[in-house]
Write a protein that binds this ligand. Structure first.
Ligand code: 5GP
Length: 111
C-alpha cells in the first residue's frame, strides 16, 4: 500500500479535511505554506504520466475539489495547485496527488 492508501484506510493518522468515495484531502505532514493540503484519488494512479483517458473524470474532480477546498480554507488572496511528476519535479510518493498551497505569496518560477 502507498502511504496515501494507508491514510485513507486510517492506518496512518492524518488531518483529513474532506473525503468522498473517489478521493480524500488532508494536510501535508511537512507543509510548504501555511495551508498545504494534498488531494488524493482513491484509485491508485502512480503519477499524472500514467493517467489515461478513463481517468478524465477523477482528474477533473481533483482540480474542482482543490478549488472548493481553497474557498473553504479562505484562500481569498490566491493559491497554487501543483502536481509533481517524476524525479525532476521532486515527486516522492508514487500515488497521484494534487498539492493545494496558500496563505502566503508564492514565488515564480518555482525552485
Ligand atoms: P510529492 O513530493 O510526491 O509531490 O509530495 C508528497 C507529499 O506528501 C510531500 O509534500 C510530503 O510532505 C507528503 N507526505 C509524505 N508522507 C506523508 C504522510 O505520512 N502524511 C502526510 N500528511 N503527508 C505526507
Amino acid at each position: 500500500m502507498t502511504i496515501f492508501e494507508k491514510i485513507a484506510a486510517r492506518e496512518i493518522p492524518a488531518k483529513i479535511i474532506w473525503e468522498d468515495d473517489d478521493a480524500i484531502a488532508f494536510h501535508d505532514v511537512n507543509p510548504q505554506a501555511p495551508v498545504h493540503v494534498l488531494i488524493v484519488p482513491k484509485k491508485i494512479i502512480p503519477r499524472l504520466a500514467e493517467a489515461t483517458k478513463s481517468d478524465a473524470a477523477i482528474l477533473g474532480k481533483l482540480l474542482l475539489t482543490a478549488a472548493e477546498l481553497a474557498k473553504k480554507l479562505e484562500l481569498t488572496n490566491g493559491y497554487r495547485v501543483v502536481i509533481n511528476n517524476g524525479p525532476d519535479a521532486g515527486e516522492s510518493v508514487p500515488h497521484l496527488h494534487v498539492h493545494l498551497l496558500g496563505k502566503r505569496a508564492l514565488a515564480w518560477p518555482p525552485g
